[in-house]
Design a binder for this molecule. Structure first.
Ligand code: UD1
Length: 417
């Protein structure tokens, strides 16, 4: 198992490039199941979640090639309509295989994803949607089995704007003739990106990125070539890091509109940002004003940038609060930040943070992907050596992060235990 060793506090300076969006790429790669034609996705980051997707698509019989950030998928034999436990366990987004498989083959069997460090994460919203399309849903030995004779279009109102459910149902609807309407849909930019791909494939999707999405499905869909949008969470992580420790950091390959909630909050803390077309410059903020926030579905502040913000607020000049409204157990990084000298108390879904003068390096553990990112930010600003264990969580979502951060001057190294 790898660890990161960070010597802090580090001053960073220079330009850092944001990779393609992991979450967008995952959904779009699963959309390839909707067709037997060749699909090509460019700008795909080299991450372990992408490797898991490669394994899952290959397991089902797709021929995959991935190199130089280009992912090609083709099909030459009949597909297996199954997602086994071992692959779903590694990555919850594997559940996105179910909609496209159901739509194309009228049946699919996939392992029920378990809980994870950030919560129970049920898939009831996905299943309710499939039922509305006419599918029969059965649970058997930890597996979900979906079957249908003929899918029908539907009007589906989600009880919560789940990102995964919106994507799964959009993909399914794209192969159902007639118009489906998804109400209270998730509005994340990754949904818009997927909508663009489904349009390239021959469906007619409108409203992706708003609360109401209309999809006119087609009997057969084509292949596609597409480039994924930049990863707004990676960009946001670099911006928060820059606001804490940069002489000047230019974050490149960014769509600033996707980061509006973060940019507004950062400015309120006193951080100086220069926002251009596709890059944002940020300088270190010597006197961090404490600012409260709550995580919300897009366009609100993203839960995936919550731990990073907490690391930032740990060094603010005063008290702040963070309310986590998306996942019920997403404060696993708090105990680790406290080990580094932060003063944080949790009551229900709110963290109460009293800013401290300095953080001290310690051995800490990444409990999940984004918690790990928060610890990197804390380590970069702590005095002495921080060792972050279980880096495999971070490798799921940040491409070559230690190389990128070292290139702007952070003293960070990967070690093998
Ligand atoms: C996606 C992102 C993840 C991000 C999250 C919220 C991917 C691969 N992952 O995850 O990085 O943190 O959106 O922005 O895109 N829920 C239910 N029933 C369901 C589905 C979800 O109760 O059927 C709940 C979840 O437990 C959670 C909340 O809804 O509390 C949000 O989940 P959802 O939006 O579905 O997140 P994911 O798609 O899993």
């Amino acid at each position: 198992m790898d660890s990161f060793i960070i010597e802090g506090p580090g001053k960073i300076n220079g330009e850092i490039n944001v990779s393609g969006s992991k979450n967008s790429a995952l959904a779009i790669l699963f959309a390839s199941i909707l067709t037997d034609e060749k699909c090509v996705l460019n700008g795909v980051p080299e991450l372990s979640d992408i490797k898991t997707t490669y394994e899952l698509l290959s397991y089902c019989g797709k021929s995959c090639f991935f190199g130089f950030n280009r992912f090609e998928i083709s099909e030459s034999s009949k597909l297996l309509t199954e997602a086994p436990y071992d692959l779903v366990r590694k990555m919850r987004a594997s559940v996105l295989i179910s909609g496209p498989m159901l739509a194309r083959f009228k049946s699919v069997k996939f392992s029920m994803p378990g809980g994870c460090a950030i919560g129970v994460r049920p898939i009831d919203i996905h299943l309710e949607g499939f039922k509305k399309f006419g599918a029969d849903v059965k649970l058997d030995g930890g597996y979900v089995i979906l079957k249908v004779k003929k899918l029908k279009p539907a009007v589906i109102k989600l009880k919560f704007p789940s990102v995964g459910a919106t994507e799964n149902l959009m993909m399914t609807a794209s192969l159902i003739e007639g118009e489906t309407v998804i109400k209270n849909a998730a509005c994340e930019p990754e949904i818009e990106d997927l909508g663009e791909v489904l349009n390239k494939m021959g469906a007619v999707v409108s409203g992706a990125g708003t609360e109401e999405i209309k999809i006119k499905g087609s009997k057969k869909l084509r292949g596609f070539e597409h480039k994924v949008i930049p990863d707004r969470i990676e960009a946001g992580t670099f911006l928060i890091l820059g606001a804490m420790s940069a002489q000047k950091l230019t974050v490149k390959n960014v769509i600033p509109q996707h980061l509006t909630a973060l940019i507004e909050k950062l400015k309120k803390t006193g951080a100086e940002l220069i926002v251009n077309n596709d890059e944002i410059k940020v300088c270190s903020n010597k006197h961090i004003k404490p600012i409260n926030l709550k995580t919300e579905p897009y366009p609100g502040y993203p839960t995936d940038l919550q731990s990073q913000w907490m690391a930032y607020m740990s060094l603010a000049e005063g008290k702040s609060q963070i309310e986590e409204n998306i996942f019920e157990n997403r404060f696993m990084h708090v105990a680790e930040l406290i080990r580094m000298g932060a003063d944080i108390e949790i009551k229900r879904n709110t963290a109460y943070i009293k800013g401290v003068k300095k953080l001290i390096g310690a051995t800490v553990m990444a409990s999940d992907l984004r918690a790990g990112a928060g610890l990197i930010i804390a380590g970069a600003n702590a005095y002495g050596t921080t060792k972050i264990r279980r880096v495999y969580h971070i490798d799921r979502g940040y491409e070559k992060i230690e190389q990128k951060l070292a290139s702007v001057g952070l003293n960070i190294k990967r070690t093998e235990e």
